[in-house]
Design a binder for this molecule. Structure first.
Ligand code: PLP
Length: 379
């Protein structure tokens, strides 16, 4: 089955009790048993919920995995993945990470004795400088946030396999429409379903997808034991979002391309970061592992002052100034003061995250209107 068909049908059966074509929102905390232990596979809703099951099965199918495990947010999904590790274990992570991921690694899990190394993984050979006997996981985000660098997943998977290390890929930015990390050799896929999967900026949700029974069992154990589960209404919203993922992503890609080319020829714009440009340093890798280039774009202004950036940020009318991404509506953001404020300035500057950097999540409105909006704001 191809992706568009899977997005609409995978994991979802008409409700057996009524024939409802859409999986109902099973808003219940518990399930009646006939006699102790005599039940229909559902005992308590932290452990199992039919709405969540439908979504988990759909997510497993669209990422070409065998198991989906859902959480209350993307960071709760990340939290569960790191809980696979033990004190003394080490993780090598790509240096240009979602700010909240950097925060949970360095401010939460480092306190529990897990060691994180951050490396520029655009060259997968950089992994070898940090690998040792305690290395248990490689954590990759690609395209990276907010600089849209591309990391070669298959090249990282080769190093991981050689040393028996788990490779986890945060696939939030690409979505399964553009890229399937499990097919490229990753062991674990993480999503903030808050973004493209949900797609309508109306839910916070996270998911982990794997293709290995033992890993799935451990993650389901963590899901139930730690309890960061999503509610059934949120699962319903993500399930509904999935049904149009392919149609939305197609338009995100078209609009992204139009906006990226507009920005690039604008005399006041400095650098434009978008992996679809042929001269993007990792364009060849992007072409190899992705089926399109998406709607995430970052750019700097030639006037590299904070003031110039702030003028653009507050000057757009269609692009709303807000954190987050991946919704149908276009958003504009300022990584240095918003999404990445939790990364120390020194660390940010080292990674090229300058104060004037502006990030766009290009929505699915009409491209001409979006370009006119940016034209007005940039001046
Ligand atoms: C938003 C985001 C997260 C965190 O997800 P939440 O749903 O906000 O907890 C993780 N990774 C990436 C790439 C994100 O954009």
């Amino acid at each position: 089955m191809k992706l568009g068909t899977k997005l609409i049908h995978a994991g979802v059966e008409p409700d057996p009790s009524t024939g409802a074509i859409m999986t109902p929102i099973f808003q219940t905390s518990t399930y009646v048993q006939k006699a102790p232990g005599d039940h229909k596979g559902y005992e308590y809703a932290r452990t199992q919920n039919p709405t969540r099951d439908a979504l988990q099965n759909a997510l497993a199918a669209i990422e070409n995995g065998t198991h989906g495990i859902c959480f209350g947010s993307g960071l709760a999904a990340t939290d569960a993945v790191i809980k696979l590790l033990e004190p003394g274990d080490e993780v090598i992570a790509s240096s240009d990470l979602y700010g909240g991921t950097y925060r949970i690694f360095t401010k939460v899990f480092a306190r529990y004795g897990i060691k994180f190394h951050f490396a520029d993984l655009q060259d997968a050979n950089n992994l070898r400088r940090h690998v040792n006997d305690r290395t248990k996981m490689i954590w990759v985000e690609t395209p990276t946030n907010p600089l849209l660098n591309i990391i070669d997943i298959a090249a990282c998977a080769a190093v991981a396999r050689e040393r028996n290390i788990l490779l986890a890929v945060d696939n939030t930015f690409a979505s399964p429409y553009l890229q399937n990390p499990l097919d490229l050799g990753a062991d674990i896929v993480v999503h903030s379903a808050t973004k493209y999967l949900g797609g309508h900026s109306d839910v916070v949700h996270g998911a982990v997808i794997v293709k290995n029974d033992a890993l799935a069992q451990q993650l389901a154990f963590i899901q139930n034991s730690c309890g960061a589960v999503p509610g059934p209404q949120d699962c319903f919203l993500v399930l509904r979002g999935l049904k149009t993922l392919h149609v939305r992503m197609q338009r995100h890609c078209e609009n992204g391309e139009a906006v990226a080319h507009f920005l690039r020829q604008h005399p006041k714009v400095g650098k434009v970061f978008w992996c679809g440009f042929e001269d993007h340093p990792n364009h060849a890798v992007a072409k190899k592992q992705m089926r399109g280039f998406g709607g995430m774009i970052s750019f700097t202004l030639k006037d590299d002052s904070m003031d110039a950036a702030l003028k653009v940020l507050s000057g757009t009318k269609l692009f709303s100034l807000a954190e987050s991404l991946g919704g149908v509506e276009s958003l504009i953001g300022h990584p240095a003061s918003m999404t990445h404020a939790s990364i120390p300035r020194e660390e940010r500057m080292k990674n090229g995250l300058v104060d004037s950097l502006i990030r766009l999540s290009v929505g699915i409105e009409d491209a001409e209107d979006l370009i006119n909006d940016l034209k007005e704001a940039i001046g």
